[in-house]
Design a protein around this ligand. Structure first.
Ligand SMILES: Nc1ncnc2c1ncn2[C@@H]1O[C@H](COP(=O)(O)OP(=O)(O)OP(=O)(O)O)[C@@H](O)[C@H]1O
Length: 244
């Protein structure tokens, strides 16, 4: 699915949060929205996703203006947002239609994919943060979305879990050729995962640069080329220490 964002601006109580944002994404790409805190990354993602419709400008999906939450989109947020009264498998199958046994079979397939086979009947309170986020990933994938929108999906996790789930995301992307739009403030994460970065800056946030990450996959986290990109981005954002 292709996505086009045309001159999107949004204000809260007469204060602009983002201004004149335009970019497009092609099918199968992983695009990162990167920027420092408060530059409007989440605001932009909420507008693109249709979760928020009170913005000016247009969002087009496959060439059609879209101002609602399209069923071809899947979401993963910073917090897993699981329903505590439902088991893991019920959380994943919750939004599906059809017969219960078929829904559960489908959900079980995705739980297996994210490494949670055997945890189907657990409840959210029994899970670690990383496991809960895996459930959220399975829940996002179970509807076979063409386009995944991710808002800092790994930022609440420890470094090891984060790296494992980043690799899981790449495996999923390879297997399903899903298009992915990832909001992050983590420069290294953006460089490891994305084909292209939209760098936001300022308040209101505007696009400072679009950067193609010309590094073949599989990427090495310690590659000299990614380090050079990181240096460039930090200078661009006028930061000498990593963004946080
Ligand atoms: N519901 C709201 N009401 C009023 N102002 C808001 C609201 N949501 C966001 N803002 C403002 O819009 C601007 C952009 O916020 P946003 O959360 O999109 O930034 P962000 O880049 O995602 O930040 P972070 O990385 O810290 O999550 C900020 O100045 C913020 O205070």
């Amino acid at each position: 699915m292709s996505l086009q964002v045309r001159n999107v601006s949004k204000e809260f109580e007469n204060r602009k949060a983002i201004e004149n944002i335009s970019f497009s994404t092609e099918r199968g790409e992983i695009i990162g929205i990167l920027g420092t805190s408060g530059c409007g990354k989440s605001t932009l993602l909420r507008s693109v996703s249709g979760l928020d419709t009170s913005y000016s400008g247009d969002v087009l999906l496959d060439g059609q203006v879209c101002r609602h939450v399209d069923e071809r989109l899947g979401f993963i947020f910073q917090q897993p947002r699981l329903m505590p009264w439902l088991s893991v498998i019920e959380n994943v199958s919750f939004g599906l239609n059809g017969r219960k046994d078929e829904k559960q079979k489908n959900a079980a397939r995705y739980l297996d994919l994210v490494g949670l086979k055997g945890n189907e009947s657990d409840y959210p309170k029994q899970l670690s943060g990383g496991m809960a986020q895996r459930v959220a990933i399975a829940r996002a994938l179970v509807t076979s979305p063409e386009y995944l929108l991710l808002d800092e999906p790994f930022s609440a996790l420890d470094a090891f879990t984060k790296m494992k789930l980043q690799d899981l995301l790449l495996e999923i992307w390879e297997a399903y050729q899903t298009t992915i739009l990832l909001v992050t403030h983590d420069v290294e994460e953006a460089l490891y995962l994305c084909d292209r970065l939209i760098i936001l800056k300022g308040q209101p946030g505007t696009i400072d640069e679009e950067l193609l990450i010309d590094e073949p996959r599989p990427r090495s986290r310690g590659s000299a080329k990614l380090a050079a990109y990181k240096e460039h981005i930090l200078n661009r954002l006028e930061l000498t220490t990593p963004v946080n």
